[in-house]
Ligand binder design. Structure first.
Ligand code: HEC
Ligand code: HEC
Ligand code: HEC
Ligand code: HEC
Ligand code: HEC
Length: 277
């Protein structure tokens, strides 16, 4: 091989490498905020990803490193050219859905309907995870097998989060003659036909806007149904706590014998108000 050519090539490689290093350190020093001066591995093992620190984490704490969670947007068109606006799924054609298609996180945290009826925060769903194996009990110091914070190969526990709003409607315990889409007219297209007097102590949890939910429910059963069967990703219903309500019969029906009578403790607001509906 031509030696001059080889040494020229070598010199070019060295120069490019040095330039790349300078560029790298410049971005590291000049443009990335302080929290990112932690290296990737240490950030991955940030105490905020685990209990107990995650219990006290605010959205701002998480977003300091995970801005992408709220900033990333879906493509306007697929690589093959199908426009997002022209390919709406059935659950994106319901009355409560507004705006362009958006990411999962944004649909739960920042889009208009989410902000109206919910107040979810990162730690409503994220209660800690295992960055290495995505499995509980992966090591002596990892979350124990008994953890309910997340399940195998997941970063959250879907049974204690998603299922609350994406389970089936339990038409059977309600004594409905048929699924809601078929029986709704019989009840004046309103859940409140019955629920202005039944199970009226509801939604008194930190991650929901109880008042706004009732107002939305007065306008349309679609908003109630949306969280109680209308967007059911699961074939089972969530076993809701059964709060005592005014006018409730003292006899507990069989199906309700194992039900809790209060919301999950971590979501009970400090000023839970029994009478509000
Ligand atoms: C100091 C920066 C930092 C903070 C603060 C932080 N994270 Fe992370 N997080 C990371 C890094 C780095 C990773 C690993 C990314 C990778 O390797 O792909 C990660 C990964 C994750 C993952 C994916 C885990 C997996 O199993 O793949 C989730 C979920 C997550 N973080 C949620 C959170 C939540 C919720 C909070 C706030 C309670 C938070 N993070 C706070 C830096 C941070
Ligand atoms: C409604 C529940 C919910 C809320 C609220 C939520 N997340 Fe997530 N998040 C999830 C789920 C589900 C995943 C995917 C988990 C998996 O793959 O196992 C996820 C994944 C992630 C990941 C991994 C990377 C990715 O995008 O897949 C990060 C990081 C993350 N969430 C951060 C956050 C932060 C920060 C917040 C608050 C601003 C937040 N999440 C709020 C449910 C939620
Ligand atoms: C507190 C109630 C609540 C919880 C908990 C919840 N969701 Fe949702 N979810 C909603 C509502 C309300 C919408 C409709 C948002 C809209 O139309 O703007 C929705 C919409 C969705 C959509 C459709 C998004 C789209 O772009 O059309 C998906 C997918 C979804 N949820 C998955 C999940 C998963 C997975 C979890 C658990 C990690 C979860 N949800 C937890 C209330 C919830
Ligand atoms: C025909 C009257 C009636 C209508 C209409 C009705 N419900 Fe119910 N619902 C009931 C009864 C009865 C119960 C069970 C009361 C009890 O706990 O003893 C119930 C229970 C519930 C529960 C708790 C289920 C559980 O497993 O603990 C939810 C959630 C609920 N209804 C939501 C709705 C929504 C949303 C609508 C409208 C889409 C609706 N209901 C329409 C009568 C009705
Ligand atoms: C944003 C999602 C969302 C909407 C909208 C919504 N719910 Fe709920 N509902 C929930 C969740 C989550 C729970 C469980 C809260 C808890 O754990 O206490 C719940 C609980 C209930 C219960 C059980 C009450 C108890 O604790 O005994 C009833 C009944 C109910 N909802 C009816 C309704 C009706 C009627 C509407 C419309 C006016 C409605 N929901 C709208 C999410 C929703």
């Amino acid at each position: 091989m031509n030696r001059t050519l080889a040494s020229v090539a070598f010199a070019v490689v060295i120069i490019v490498a040095i330039a790349a290093m300078i560029a790298h350190f410049r971005t590291a020093d000049d443009t990335i905020p302080a929290v990112s001066s932690i290296d990737h591995l240490r950030a991955t093992y940030s105490p905020l990803h685990f209990k107990p620190a995650i219990e006290k984490a605010t959205d701002a704490d998480c977003l300091a490193c995970h801005r992408e969670v709220l900033e990333d947007r879906v493509r306007t068109a697929s690589p093959a050219g199908v426009k997002a606006a022209d390919s709406l799924a059935w659950y994106q054609r319901v009355a409560t859905y507004s705006g362009e298609q958006d990411t999962f996180h944004r649909r739960h945290l920042v889009t208009p309907f989410a902000k109206e009826v919910m107040k979810l925060s990162c730690t409503t769903c994220h209660q800690g995870h295992d960055v290495r194996e995505e499995a509980p009990a992966s090591s002596a110091t990892a979350a124990p097998k008994s953890t309910t914070a997340f399940t195998l190969r997941k970063q959250v526990n879907v049974e204690t989060t998603c299922l609350k709003c994406h389970g089936q409607m339990n038409a059977e315990v309600m004594g409905l003659p048929s699924p809601w889409p078929e029986s709704r007219e019989m009840f004046g297209n309103s859940c409140l036909t019955c629920h202005s007097a039944i199970r009226t102590h509801r939604h008194q949890v930190t991650y929901l806007n109880a008042e706004a939910i009732e107002q939305a429910g007065q306008k349309s059963d679609e908003s109630c149904y949306g969280c109680h069967g209308g967007r059911a990703w699961y074939r089972i219903a969530y076993p809701y706590p059964r709060h005592a309500w005014d006018g409730m019969s003292p006899d507990v029906p069989d199906w309700a014998k194992d039900r809790p009578v209060a919301s999950e403790a971590r979501f009970v607001p400090p000023t839970a108000n029994r009478s509000s509906k």
